[in-house]
Design a protein around this ligand. Structure first.
Ligand code: ADP
Ligand code: MG
Length: 625
């Protein structure tokens, strides 16, 4: 069902489907239609023009009714094309799966044979096969199917090789399944979509190829009509009576175009990577759909006010960020902490309009940087700020660094994106940057590829790249989550030195209270897209007021803290497309009362510089004392 919906969204594919549907339907019901006999000649009435009485499309050089011949010819051509495609796909896929699955010598033997077939231009090969077998419909079909077998074999082998070494195949083998079972139950379902895709994109060729053979007189034999032989017979009268060639020619064009449009649509709809809406390229900046008045600017360096960001996916609205207020000053480090999925990344990416749209939309609020609102700012302005004033460090440096370029070249590119500097000067700057993030032997390391570096080194390169244009704010989205603790400690000390030396403001996103405690002046705790508690790090850590915060802190083991039961938080965070009324944490909170579920709960100031979104905050006495 989802497949048809996706297909229907692709206008061209839908057009192809309709065209092919009509053609196939007509071909199927041809025997039932009141048509003249396609093979009866009537020489006195030869070359009647279209729209003559008794022959709507006219007659050919033997006086045969063109409409009737067209319908029967289309029927035959379609049948031949589809039959050839099915045969080629079945044989080719079987060969490909066997070669790819068994590998080694089997693979070598089979694939060298296939290579030999592929070495011939395929029309020549088809001609040679028909020449050997003798002209005729069946032989043309065999020839066309045979020349297309290698195409399927190669494609499917490639996919199978990838699958044959996957863990689930190993698991099936360990479970004692036989090769045949594994091929049928594990490999085939994975390659089936590829086979369908390859078929849908090649049926068009095969119709053309069979028509080509018939055109040369090697396929269907007179008086039987197929589109190719009709064209071939009309060749002699091309100038004097063009309608005899235009009629079959136009039908070939319609069929092949229709099939190709439909085939492309099927390919896109079946590709799992394109299902999530990735078919549409994300826009350069997040889409903005703000109706309410924009909050006023404040004096903070970066001020996020009442920000709401949603993802609109197939009729569902995921409120990833549900009204977040945050600010950060020069030289300050703000931590954002929360479980995975609480909206930390969506908040951070909204700042520079980096949330992918579609499906992301910013619906409310403002992000003031240096007094100017960035939400909905022209792309030119965003581009000039991205990296130069506000830079990002992401979680996985292996994914963010380009694998094929040396890290130095990537750093130089980052520098030159905003400044006109000569390459040698940029290179010198890049070396300085690498030194500033304490990469030893920077002069040589600059020429390394990302895969030649360790995780910690790569993340330092990521930080160096963020520093390349001397930004005022660095937004670090879980920069140490992929690293081990010792490397994490080094990265944190690099960041904290940079902050001191350069007066950088840092927004540090993490799910680790230990990290926040080391680095951040203030911390904001996020839950289900909203801030539930905010305040100076020490105060929040020593006397958390929101039950969620204290539960999070309880999850952190302390070294030398003696034996203590680590309390996991029961339940799961709510889905952001159907948030509960009232407090989103109520269902997991042991202190929840009816009032908690009654209505929206505000983030209220509790103590000096602290805010909590809870009706019954904890640790209030201790905080006051
Ligand atoms: P965090 O960074 O805190 O782990 P995110 O900001 O990445 O969380 O995600 C916040 C919420 O938005 C999650 O509930 C997630 O399911 C949802 N979300 C993120 N990206 C998409 C998307 N492309 N489509 C739909 N929902 C999304
Ligand atoms: Mg994230």
């Amino acid at each position: 069902m989802a497949f048809f919906k996706l297909l229907a969204r692709n206008r061209l594919a839908l057009l192809g489907l309709i065209v092919i549907g009509i053609v196939v339907l007509l071909a199927v019901i041809t025997p039932l239609l009141p048509l003249a006999d396609p093979d009866v000649t009537d020489t006195p009435n030869r070359f009647k023009p279209p729209f003559s009485s008794g022959a709507i499309l006219g007659t050919d050089h033997l006086g045969r009714d063109l409409l009737s011949r067209l319908m029967w010819g289309t029927r035959l051509s379609l049948a031949m094309g589809f039959a050839a495609a099915v045969i080629a796909a079945a044989l080719g896929s079987a060969i490909g799966i066997i070669a790819g699955y068994f590998g080694g010598r089997t693979d070598n033997l089979i694939m060298r044979g296939v290579d030999m077939l592929m070495a011939f231009p395929y029309i020549l090969l088809a001609l040679a096969i028909v020449a050997a077998l003798g002209p005729g419909l069946m032989n043309a079909l065999i020839a066309v199917a045979a020349v297309n077998v290698p195409f399927f074999a190669r494609n499917i082998r490639g996919i199978t090789v990838g699958i044959a070494h996957k863990e689930f195949v190993d698991a099936a083998r360990l479970a004692g399944m036989r090769d045949r079972q594994i091929i049928v139950s594990e490999v085939l379902p994975n390659v089936a979509p590829v086979i369908v895709i390859a078929m849908s994109t090649t049926v068009g060729w095969m119709i053309l190829e069979t028509a080509g053979l018939s055109f040369l007189g090697l396929g269907s034999q007179p008086p039987q009509a197929d589109l190719g032989s009709m064209l071939g017979e009309a060749r002699a009268a091309l100038i004097t009576n063009p309608h005899t060639s235009v009629v079959p020619g136009a039908m070939i064009l319609i069929i092949v175009m229709g099939i190709n449009l439909l085939g492309d649509g099927i390919r896109d709809a079946l590709d799992p990577r394109l299902k999530s809406g990735a078919l549409s390229r994300p826009m350069a900046a997040t889409q903005v759909d703000r109706k309410d008045p924009v909050p006023a600017a404040t004096n903070s360096l970066l001020d996020i006010a009442a920000l709401r960001t949603e993802f609109r996916v197939r009729g569902r609205v995921y409120k990833a960020v549900g009204g977040v207020d945050l600010h950060v000053e020069k030289g300050e480090c703000l931590g954002i902490i929360g479980e995975s999925g609480s909206g930390k990344s969506a908040t951070a990416l909204s700042v520079m309009g980096l949330v992918a749209s579609p499906p992301g939309v910013i619906t409310h609020g403002a992000v003031h940087f240096d007094g100017a609102d960035l939400i909905g700012a022209p792309y030119k302005i965003l581009r000039s700020l991205r990296g130069r004033r506000v830079a990002y460090i992401f979680q996985d440096p292996l994914a963010t660094l380009h694998p094929l370029y040396r890290v130095g070249d990537q750093l130089i590119e980052a520098i030159q994106a905003h400044e006109q500097v000569s390459k040698p000067a940029a290179r010198a700057r890049a070396i300085d940057l690498l030194k500033s993030v304490r990469i030893p032997n920077a002069e040589n390391r600059i020429d390394s590829f990302p895969y030649e570096m360790s995780g910690g080194m790569r993340q330092r390169v990521g930080i160096a790249m963020a520093l390349a244009n001397g930004p005022d704010v660095i937004i670090a989205d879980e920069p140490t989550t992929a690293l081990d603790v010792t490397v994490q400690a080094q990265i944190l000390s690099v960041l904290s030195d940079l902050r001191r030396d350069r007066g950088l403001a840092i927004i540090f996103i993490t799910h680790d209270f230990g990290v926040v405690g080391q680095l951040c002046d203030r911390v904001a705790v996020m839950y289900a897209g909203r801030i539930v508690e905010e305040g100076p790090t020490d105060a929040v850590l020593s006397a958390p007021q929101h039950p969620y915060t204290s539960r999070l802190i309880d999850c952190v083991p302390t070294l030398g803290g003696g034996q203590r039961k680590l309390a996991a938080i029961p339940g799961r965070p709510p889905m952001v497309d159907r948030l509960p009324e009232g407090c989103a944490f109520a269902d997991r909170c042991d202190k929840a009362r009816d009032a908690c579920r009654a209505g929206d709960i505000a983030l209220v100031a509790t103590d000096a510089g602290r805010k909590t979104r809870c009706l019954f905050p904890e640790n209030m006495e201790r905080a006051r004392a």
